[in-house]
Every structure is written in C-alpha cells, then in structure tokens.
Design a protein around this ligand. Structure first.
Ligand code: S3P
Length: 173
C-alpha cells in the first residue's frame, strides 16, 4: 500500500542538476509549499550569493545555509531545493534527516555544464566554467551526495514529469 508523503523533501545535487525545476514541478504535483534555499538566502540577507561570497567569504555563506536548514526543520513539510554545497557540512545532512527525506538528483558533468555555462551567479564556478572543473568538483563531492541520499535519481535523458513520478513513487514505497 502506498504511503502519503508528510515530511520535508530535500532535493540535493550538484549545481545545475535540476533541483529548482524539479522542486517547482513536485510542488504542483504534491501541493506542498516550496523553499528555494538560495532565493530565500538572497531575500533574507538582502544581497546576491556572489556578494555574500565576495564580502564575507564561503564559510559565512555556509553558516547562513546551516541556519536555514534548521529553520526549515521548524516549519511545516515543504519541498526544499537545496544549494549544491549543502552536503559539505555533515551537520546539515543530520539535520535534514531529522525532518525529511533526501533525494539526490544526479547528472553527468556534460549535462551540468550545458545547463550552467551561461550563468554568472554561482561563485564556486565563476572563472572555472568548464567540464573538467565540474567533473573534478563533482567527484570530490560524490561520496557526500551518495551517503546523504535516501533516494538517488539518475536524471540524464528523463523528462521533468518522469523524474517527479520516480521521486513520488519511491517516496511512497
Ligand atoms: C553552491 C551551489 C549554489 C549556491 C552557491 C554554492 C555550491 O546553489 O548555493 O553558489 O557550493 O555547490 P545551486 O546548486 O542552486 O546552484
């Protein structure tokens, strides 16, 4: 028998893996509130992600991100599109697991590159916008994404609808 989904659904994965797009589609499908972490950070801090990195450094950004994970845990069940680096702090993974399920959206470095190549609002990739750098950073983070994930979804070659159906089917198992 299938279960109703009642907890947070945290979408994790590399920049450009499709977290925001899939989160918006899941929101419509499940009628849950949506939290887009980067957007909320920009709104609450009143500055862009690039400016936060530039003025205060990555560690400060990671502190804001960790505080937001805790805040989301105190709110009602939502679909959460996480920043791609949320897994670099083990405490974030622990805190996400306390209130929800973690879904890892996986894509190849080539697919990621095609999606992010014209973007200038990702400080981690500014000045390193190429497949080799993406592949290297992805490899460094691979074990973190994999060990955090309750569910892993291969996204290459699938439509948004197929990905959303796979997520909800597996969450309801
Ligand atoms: C980051 C990913 C970004 C954003 C920040 C750092 C990362 O989010 O949080 O630029 O370290 O992977 P997206 O994955 O939504 O691009």
């Amino acid at each position: 028998m299938s279960k109703t989904i009642e907890c947070n659904i945290f979408l994790i994965g590399f920049m450009g893996a499709g977290k925001s797009t899939i989160a918006r589609n899941l929101q419509r499908k499940l009628n849950f509130p949506l939290v887009e972490m980067d957007e909320r950070i920009v709104r609450e801090q009143g500055m862009s992600i690039n400016d936060i990195f530039e003025k205060y450094g990555e560690d400060h950004f990671r502190d804001i991100e960790s505080d937001l994970i805790l805040a989301i845990g105190r709110e009602g069940a939502s679909i959460v599109s996480c920043g791609g680096g949320v897994v670099v702090r083990p405490q974030n993974v622990e805190n996400m697991k306390k209130t929800g399920k973690i879904v890892f959206l996986k894509a190849t470095p080539e697919t990621i590159y095609e999606r992010v190549k014209n973007s200038t609002d990702r400080p981690i990739l500014n000045g390193h916008m190429n497949v080799e750098y993406i592949a290297q950073l992805m490899e460094k983070r691979r074990a973190l994404y994999e060990s955090a994930a309750d569910i892993t979804i291969e996204t290459d070659g699938k439509t948004k609808e197929e990905i959303c159906d796979e997520i909800t089917d597996r969450l309801e198992e």
